[in-house]
Design a protein around this ligand. Structure first.
Ligand code: MG
Length: 245
């Protein structure tokens, strides 16, 4: 069942989203060659505590870290640790925060130092597809409108969308209904004011197939190609979606 949030609940989520955006900005400034991904985990924990939110991913279904850090061919759910970021890597930071009983969820992919032309194109196409998808999100549209906008945008730029992982509703739970695929699979649910959704295209240079790492968490491209990920939490309104983070 898709849960509609009241105006008051959306105010809480907005506050949560603002804090999460600030934390994400702080993390982004730390991404440079030579930093250990585990250091980003420490910063996520410290910044969350300082700002009075809980990192949503910590212990979620047993996830062992405060955020996901996915490098190069890692699509999502990378576990921060001893890996040292190198010039030319692309790194996806996926973060969630909980405040007043509500979660928000966001992700960005950024380059470490100078990155290849192909990596730049991938990151730009993924970010562009999120913008295009969110622009279609409003009361009276369908989930499928978001999916279709994302898929067509990504494929027109020569990349592919991951199919085995999707966006989702978000609120009292980190993952709520409905699923938001990044490819066309029917109309899906009708969007209504007060729905809060995490829209999150995951885009590969090569084909869309994925594989699971030995740690049973990290999702990689099956062909070893680069992957990028951007995510906003949005609230559906009448003629638009408001971006909460
Ligand atoms: Mg998400």
């Amino acid at each position: 069942m898709v849960i509609i949030k009241s105006d008051e609940e959306i105010v809480i989520m907005k506050k949560c989203g603002k804090i999460l955006a600030d934390i994400l900005d702080r993390l982004i400034t730390e991404v440079k060659p030579g930093i250990k991904t585990g250091q980003l985990d420490v910063i996520m924990a410290e910044e969350s505590e300082k700002r009075g939110v809980l990192p949503s991913f910590k212990n979620y279904r047993g996830f062992p870290a405060n955020l996901c850090v996915s490098v190069n061919d890692e699509i999502v759910h990378g576990i921060p640790g001893e890996r040292i970021l190198q010039e030319g890597d692309i790194v996806s930071l996926d973060v969630g925060a909980k405040l007043g009983g509500f979660h928000t969820d966001a992700a960005v992919t950024i380059g470490v130092g100078r990155i290849s032309k192909e990596a730049e194109e991938l990151v730009s196409a993924t970010e562009g597809s999120l913008k295009t998808g969110v622009a279609r999100a409003m009361s009276g549209a369908w989930i499928g409108d978001i999916s279709s906008a994302i898929q067509h945008y990504v494929e027109s730029r020569g990349f592919s969308v991951v199919r085995e992982y999707t966006g989702h509703g978000v609120g009292r739970e980190l993952h709520e209904e409905p699923q938001i695929p990044n490819f066309v699979i029917g109309k899906g649910v009708l969007l209504r004011k007060g729905m809060t959704l995490a829209v999150e295209p995951m885009v590969n240079v090569g084909d869309w197939h994925t594989k699971l790492a030995d740690n049973q968490w990290t999702v990689l491209t099956a062909d070893g190609s680069l992957s990028a990920h951007f995510e906003h939490t949005i609230a559906i309104a009448d003629n638009e979606a408001e971006i909460l983070v």
